[in-house]
Design a protein around this ligand. Structure first.
Ligand code: AHR
Length: 531
């Protein structure tokens, strides 16, 4: 009974989009005008929206990060040097670890000292988990790339005591038995832990809990899992992230309601600073869209799905606003990205997929959504960093290749901690078959030095777009930056051809106080504006 009306409303939406598109076409508006008001400012784009996620899954950690000190692949204390160099350029703010679903079966003591306990990884292919990459190796890796720790503790099969002892081991400066063990294992000084994830997807792989059951578990973890690092008591306090929704249906709105309602009435004995949200661009479960070898139809469909992030954030933010109007609790989108069919011949439990020009556009559209919701979205972690899902980097033994998504993250570095500046535009429409998408997307922001940056995405895979930017508050003298595009929507970088999708320089013309530039089809462009 539900289905016919759902079809009708989808049809009505498409008709509305089409009408709007026809109106744009009738005006002959193939130029898109942006107006940027530098005299006004919005929320900060928290640099933590550029966070990464490294789960013990497939070759994400083993081979992707960890090759071991005896490897012929150049490494520092077992951590591969090429990957470290590439990640440093992204200024990665934080890395979420050890999972994912893996986190709720992870027992930290198996990953310290020597010899390590060899276990299994039942979630991801049932392979051997050697535990050679554990607490110290993770924090050494973070130190090498200059990122902060987002540690997810085990709520599903662990206990508050186990998690509390892990945090004492990590953070205390006092000479407890655990601190002495940490020192004996090579790190006398306390570690900094910036984020604590209290469980992962506790509604599903994390233990299939009801919201109320999770809530009582979460309160106990919030109470007992303490960070003792003296440098994190007044300033830089560890932020506690509760499990939040995984979609937009009633199951997920109920979850957000239950946690946020409890938060509103929370007492001195427990607290949270963030609510996690997971949202993959998948189309359908099991993931069946191809990651390469697809055409324009799949390009348009996947981008349509990815734009659902906007509505999802708006919906859960509205619930959070009811119970937390001061926006003390951040919405942390700590798993997002494209999730496609496993590459033929790969272990399906390893979630191996290619990364194409479509993913570069997808990444830019999502980051822009997060940036526009900067008052509430103060963290996000793309899934995942290396060799898994929408990765930054792919490796094969000694070889490494940087993906189109890597280059998007690199181009966006100036937006880390920048302040949003309002930009208005009529995007127009790109249509393919029954899919209509805004043709252009854009954000503007001032970086921490006051320099103005613009990002403009041309979603249309066929038509270049002429962009004209006018300004209130500055008179531009010049503007230049980089643009990322590729021959095809499914173009990828491979070990054999690593430079198919790489950024190239772009310069805007200044005409009568306005900027003019032509953006290639399916492109992501970042420019800075000199006043
Ligand atoms: O990123 C892969 C998996 O997706 C994570 O382990 C889990 O949290 C989510 O379902």
């Amino acid at each position: 009974m539900q289905r016919p009306s759902a079809v009708i409303s989808a049809f009505l939406i498409d008709v509305a989009l089409m009408c709007s598109m026809l109106a744009t076409t009738a005006l002959g508006a193939d130029k898109v005008e942006l107006s940027v008001d530098v005299s006004k400012s919005g929320a900060k784009i928290d640099r933590n929206i550029f966070g990464q996620f490294a789960e013990h899954l497939g070759h994400g950690v083993y081979e992707g990060i960890w090759v071991g000190p005896d490897s012929a692949i150049p490494n520092t204390r077992g951590i591969r040097s090429d990957v470290v160099t590439a990640l440093k350029a992204l200024k990665v703010p934080n890395v979420r670890w050890p999972g994912g679903c893996f986190a709720d079966e992870y027992h930290w003591r198996k990953g310290i000292g020597s010899p390590r306990t060899v276990t299994l990884n039942p979630n991801w292919g049932g392979v051997i988990e050697p535990n050679t990459f554990g607490t110290h190796e993770f924090l050494d890796f973070l130190d090498q790339i200059g990122a902060e720790a987002y540690v997810s503790v085990n709520v599903g099969s662990g206990t508050p005591q186990e998690a509390a002892e892990w945090l004492e081991y990590l953070t205390t400066a006092q000479p407890t038995t655990l601190a002495k063990e940490r020192a004996a294992n090579g790190h006398p000084a306390p570690y900094k832990v910036a984020y604590l994830g209290i469980g992962n997807e506790s509604w599903d792989c994390g233990g299939n809990m009801t919201p109320d059951y999770y809530l009582s578990q979460m309160k106990a973890y919030s109470r007992f899992v303490r960070n003792f690092n003296p440098a994190q008591q007044d300033k830089q306090q560890m932020l506690k992230i509760a499990v939040g929704p995984g979609g937009d249906g009633p199951r997920w709105t109920e979850w957000t309601e239950v946690i946020m309602k409890a938060y509103q009435q929370h007492t001195w004995s427990w607290d949270i600073n963030g609510l996690s949200m997971h949202n993959y661009t998948v189309g359908q479960w099991p993931p069946s869209y191809k990651s390469t070898g697809f055409g324009e139809a799949e390009y348009a469909q996947i981008l349509k799905f990815t734009l659902e992030m906007e509505g999802l954030i708006a919906k859960h933010s509205a619930i959070m606003d009811k119970y937390d109007p001061e926006k003390k609790v951040a919405l942390i989108v700590d798993e997002w990205g494209g999730w496609y069919a496993p590459l033929p011949g790969s272990n399906p439990g390893f979630l191996v997929q290619q990364n194409s020009m479509r993913d570069a556009i997808l990444a830019a559209l999502n980051v822009n959504i997060f940036a526009r919701h900067g008052d509430r979205v103060r963290g996000a972690n793309i899934a995942q960093m290396i060799n898994v899902l929408q990765a930054m980097i792919m490796t094969d033994k000694e070889k490494m290749v940087l993906t189109p998504t890597y280059y998007v993250f690199k181009m966006y570095v100036p937006f880390q901690d920048a302040t949003i500046v309002p930009v208005k535009f009529d995007a127009g429409w790109y249509t393919h078959s029954d899919v209509a998408l805004p043709r252009v997307d854009a954000i503007a922001a001032k970086d921490t030095n006051g320099k103005l940056w613009l990002e403009i995405t041309n979603v249309d895979p066929n038509q270049a777009v002429d962009i004209e930017v006018s300004f209130t508050g500055i008179a531009p003298k010049s503007a230049a930056g980089e643009t990322l595009t590729a021959p095809k929507v499914d173009s990828v970088n491979t070990f054999e051809a690593p430079n198919t999708v790489v950024p190239k320089p772009i310069t805007a013309k200044v005409q009568g106080g306005k900027l003019a530039l032509k953006l290639e089809p399916k492109s992501v462009t970042v420019i800075s504006v000199e006043p």
